[in-house]
Design a protein around this ligand. Sequence first.
Ligand code: MRU
Length: 329
Amino acid sequence: MRTIDRDDEKEAVKLIDQTLLPREYKIVECKTLDELIDAIKRLKVRGAPALGAAGAFGVVLACTNEKSKETIKTKVERLKKARPTAVNLSYGVNRTLNAAMHGKNMQEMKEYALEEARRIADEDVAVNKKIGDYGSELLEDGDVVLTHCNAGRLACVDWGTALGVIRTAIEKGKRIEVIACETRPLNQGSRITTWELLQDEIPVTLIADSMSAVVMREGKVDKVIVGADRVVKEGVINKIGTYMHAVIAKSHNIPFYVAAPLSSFDLKRSYKAVEIEERSPDELIFFGAEQIAPLEVKVYNPAFDFTPFELIAAVITEKGVLYPPLLTE
Ligand code: MRU
């Protein structure tokens, strides 16, 4: 199934619980807005485009049995704040809320919200295929691509952005291998990217984040492709560790690409004005149930970082590939 969808009979949002991968493949159902907000906060559903769809379907839940437009607006503010960094969550919520507000009664508001949410989910798949088409032209037969976090079908509704580029290149007959960085502390790379690629029989090698310099110096990486949580006026905000890989890629003359839909663009905003989500110290003090650091240690755990355009060779979008200086205009 898609990463996120709606069960019409049960009136529930269905999603693949990504916290359980790769051990278990489980679909969870969120029948209330609170359940969906909890799933977003716990990263059961994650990745910028998937959060956009989650936000959209969340508005449908907010409209359920609710006739006051003001109450719906208040409820969805909580949804937008569930994860503040990826702009797609607000994008999905705002678009669906606007559609719902055209409804004259409770029934119509919910209907309009549902239509818009479905549109957002379907658009995401189509947009990723276009990103794949444009991006695959940047890859050559035999390339090894390093990626960070998970910007695959599990971060989107389907297909993926960074991994979508790789999928399309393979579909076009190119032989591509992937190096997946584990992406500490929540390990989206080792848990989700490797699982997703192995499902499609795409060759993948897992490395620790701290190995990216050495694999690049050893000539084992041809290109780097990552996704984005928000493209801002000076660069790209993405999973913590992205900036480190970009600096290393630059110093080894390896092209560093970002694959992102226009729904992730927020070009009027500076990176300084974006809230970078800080996550619980427990993510570093524990590894699963195991304590791996003193309980009293001071922890700094931002979930995302900022990479300036100077380090980025191009941004691959559904409308084409943007090269500098286009990005800075
Ligand atoms: O904390 P996460 O797992 O939601 O972070 C996800 C990322 O940083 C992805 O790289 C980004 O959302 C792009 S997904 C196409």
